[in-house]
Design a protein around this ligand. Structure first.
Ligand code: ATP
Ligand code: MG
Length: 565
């Protein structure tokens, strides 16, 4: 492809709309443009990159026995009603009506469609196991679309679903996908960590996420440096730390604490550490108030809470609800005499003589003891783990880092097959409910994650398999016939070998050409300048600082070796 003909609108300035590196570079390199919040259009370089990522995914899936299908993006309401998800999805799902007022949605995910397909098309165990996938556009009206295509409202997902007759079959299919994912992300040259993930209230039996460590990641990963165990923060069990409160059987005391509403206010007033306080937070779970207690310096883990309660909607209670259950303004809630269920974090169970709201405006209690002054409805792990916590597996020290979730594998069990009647006949001719797994990869998010991990001050550094073009030939002076002839010869030779190659034939200064080549991240650059007369060119890899002089033949064979290795 000639650069003069390529729609490649690179930008010198950093676009104001983009906060993070990958978003800035994807705009600057002319890969894409924003159409609406969380909705993007792809230009030629962007499309080629996406197609390369899709190719890597497709080959990985096919290598591991998965078969490709393509489902519609528009799904009729009835299909999601059968599984009960028409309601569950809430505002994240784009809903629409046809001209006859029939309800549809734009598919946010496709468990139902695949389950129905297998229900209708597979009769016998002889057709199992089966892993089916598609690479297709998903629609989710995200609460906070941001960071370009990292979290968008229209995005491409590879979603796969496995169908097995028994648990052992599911384990094998799951392992196969795990291996496929490792192969796929290795080929993308992503530096990733596989972490244990939450499998939800209905609980599948296992779930893992493929995380790319990055400061801009929206997920928190907790990992143990000693034994290597890693989990999503939502999932990792909190190990209670030992109590630092005063010991002994001290008498409960009510203290006047006017206008003291936050933990910071309390620390100032009592001039002590937040580890001597307990926070009581009132939530509404499907409308019903519930109080949650965690140590003063901890955060409630809403995933753990929601899993325990099995509720669809969880939100912080409004001041009126807080008043109804505590009889006090916000900031003075506590377990003693409260009019709702009380859930206590495991760590609080170990605490003695702590300070907590008295359910009376402007008052706190001192020296409160669980069991003596109140009895919680349940005691369980309800907090987020933090850096320095003990590892739940080996007792080592936990560290935390931010991660970008690029893929997710999940043992679904029979959640959808039961709801949708997806059964088949086993060896004995008996009807059995099929056991499922599901496996997702965010295609556009992978592209963004690669850029996030692989760039320098000059632009993107594409791994070879992902790069939209593998090599770029730069004649320094396109009006010089000798240079142009040699440049074209190299270009044509690489092209004839099936390599996606660019020739920068624009009437531009070499500096401009080099800047663009670096910005768009082409792995190999071959510059044809003054030494063309002697058949010498400059060979430079995007990953290296310096170029090397070599003959055109050497440059061609080095390029072919590097690109096809
Ligand atoms: P997240 O926690 O980031 O919202 P999710 O749990 O909703 O992700 P899944 O439903 O498991 O995601 O989707 C599979 C994959 O699709 C994710 O691992 C991610 O890579 C990608 N993905 C999900 N939501 C988005 C989005 N809004 N924009 C881009 N990619 C997404
Ligand atoms: Mg999501």
């Amino acid at each position: 492809m000639k650069v003069s003909k390529l729609l490649m609108p690179t930008l010198r300035e950093v676009p104001a709309e983009a906060e993070i590196k990958s978003h800035q570079l994807m705009l600057r390199a002319g890969l894409m443009r924003k159409t609406a919040s969380g909705v993007y259009s792809y230009l030629p370089l962007g499309v080629k990159t996406l197609q390369n990522v899709e190719k890597i995914i497709r080959e990985g899936m096919n290598n591991h026995g998965a078969q490709e299908l393509l489902m519609p993006a528009i799904l009729p309401k009835e299909i999601l009603e059968e599984s009960g998800r028409w309601e569950v999805f809430g505002p994240e799902m784009f809903r629409l009506k046809d001209r006859n007022s029939r309800d549809y949605c734009l598919g946010p995910t496709h468990e139902e469609m695949f389950t129905i397909t297998v229900r209708d098309e597979v009769r016998s165990y002889k057709n199992l196991p089966l892993t089916l996938y598609q690479i297709q556009t998903k629609y989710r009206d995200e609460r906070r679309p941001r960071f370009g295509v990292m979290r968008s409202r229209e995005f491409i997902m590879k979603d796969a679903y496995s169908f097995d007759l028994n648990e052992e079959g599911l384990d094998a299919s799951y392992k196969e996908m795990y291996n496929a994912y490792c192969e796929i992300f290795d080929r993308m040259k992503l530096d990733y960590t596989v972490v244990d993930a939450d499998s939800g209230a209905m609980g599948g039996s296992g779930s893992q996420e493929f995380m790319v460590k990055s400061d801009v990641g929206e997920d928190t990963i907790a990992y143990c440096q000693e034994c290597g165990y890693a989990a999503n923060e939502e999932k990792m069990a909190g190990v209670p730390s030992s109590c630092v409160c005063p010991q002994g059987d001290m008498k409960i005391e009510k203290i006047h604490t006017p206008n003291v509403k936050t933990i910071e206010d309390l620390i100032k007033l009592f001039s002590c550490e937040p580890t001597l306080f307990v926070k009581t937070i009132i939530y509404k779970a499907d409308g019903k108030p519930v109080a949650v207690m965690v140590r003063g310096d901890r955060d409630v883990n809403e995933t753990k809470l929601q899993n325990y309660l099995g509720c669809l909607e969880l939100e912080m209670a409004d001041p009126q609800t807080v008043y109804d259950v505590t009889g006090a303004a916000v900031g003075f809630a506590g377990p003693v005499g409260i009019k709702c269920d009380v859930l206590m974090d495991l760590e609080v169970e170990k605490m003695k003589n702590f300070i907590i709201g008295a359910n009376e405006t402007d008052y706190h209690f001192k020296n409160v003891q669980p069991g003596r002054d109140f009895t919680p409805t349940a005691t369980l792990d309800l907090r987020n783990v933090v850096c320095g916590d003990a590892c739940p597996k080996c007792g080592g020290k936990i560290k935390t880092a931010q991660g970008i979730e690029v893929g997710h594998i999940f043992k679904l069990g029979t959640k959808y097959s039961k709801a949708l009647g997806c059964t088949c006949l086993d060896e004995k001719g008996e009807d059995r409910t099929i056991i499922m797994g599901c496996y997702g990869i965010g295609v556009n998010r992978c592209v963004a994650a690669i850029v996030e991990q692989s760039s320098d001050e000059n632009g993107i550094i594409w791994p070879v398999d992902v790069a939209p073009f593998k090599a770029i030939i730069v004649p320094v002076n396109e009006e010089n016939q000798e240079q142009m002839a040699l440049a074209e010869e190299i270009y044509n030779t690489l092209k004839s070998k099936g390599i996606d190659v660019l020739i920068d034939d624009r009437h531009e200064r070499p500096g401009v050409k080099f800047k663009d080549a670096d910005l768009i991240g082409i792995p190999v650059r071959i510059t044809v300048g003054k030494k063309a007369a002697d058949g010498i060119v400059e060979y430079k890899l995007r990953t290296e600082k310096e170029s090397v002089d070599m003959t055109a033949e050497e440059a061609i064979s080095s390029a072919i070796k590097y690109i096809t290795q």
